[in-house]
Design a protein around this ligand. Sequence first.
Ligand code: SAM
Length: 277
Amino acid sequence: MELWYTENQNSHLRLSCRVNQTLHVEKTPFQHLAVLDAAGFGRMLVLDGIVQTTVWDEYIYHEMIAHVPLNTHPDPKRILIIGGGDGGTAREVVRHPRVEGAVMVEIDERVVAAARKYLPELSSHLDDPKLELRFADGIKHVAECDAEYDVIIIDSTDPVGPAVGLFSREFYEMVSKALKEDGLFVAQSESPLFNRDLIARIYRDVAGIFAVARTYLACVPSYPGGMWSFTMGSKRYDPLTVKPESIPALAYRYYNAEIHRAAFALPQFLRKLLGQG
Ligand code: SAM
């Protein structure tokens, strides 16, 4: 018998892949959590019926959400990660040579427990001495911070359940307050193909608060449409002026100095959507 996982994208589109085995299913206090062994993708974390990450292509998303902002800041010493329970973003952040300390605030302890058990490739650095792990609502944490961080990375679920507030203008204003005077942040901002209104709204809100607002893209095959967006808000530094020689030579699998620049080249439909011509 064949077993298939299906993600409902919208009323007319479902995306399916064959599953070798269901490894874990649980209803946490915050969401429905599953870990599957998916044919072709390997182990896959699913929250509320939405693929979060797979061991086959996770490096693309995690390198791009971490190294683009970290290398835009000339001295990214103190970092905050909101969400990111699978550990992939934390893994990338702690291996950056200029990072001295990072705090990761994840609302759902059970996601981290599942990642530790089933996704060691991603969760391997959650006990790194540079990282402090806290289980709390990221919105509350950010609201209590004042000029503390150089870089904030919002590695959240889609805007449903506890993540809804992470996509609001009020939250981006709190993020600005939590950043130092030359700080910057990045948030995963969903599919530019399927979430057009959302991405336009996020960009507008960020551009209304930060001196520099930029959207960039990466190709993540396990996300609907493949094309995925990230939105950056920066008080001073522009990711487009980063000098290639300032980028640390780490063992990247997707990111490099050319990708850093090229990721900001946007297709015409998206430029128009963001009011850039
Ligand atoms: N790479 C993923 C994606 O784009 O689908 C996101 C992965 S990570 C698993 C997302 C995490 O955000 C989840 O573990 C979820 O529990 C966490 N999260 C959602 N809302 C949150 C909040 N308000 N504060 C902290 N963490 C939150």
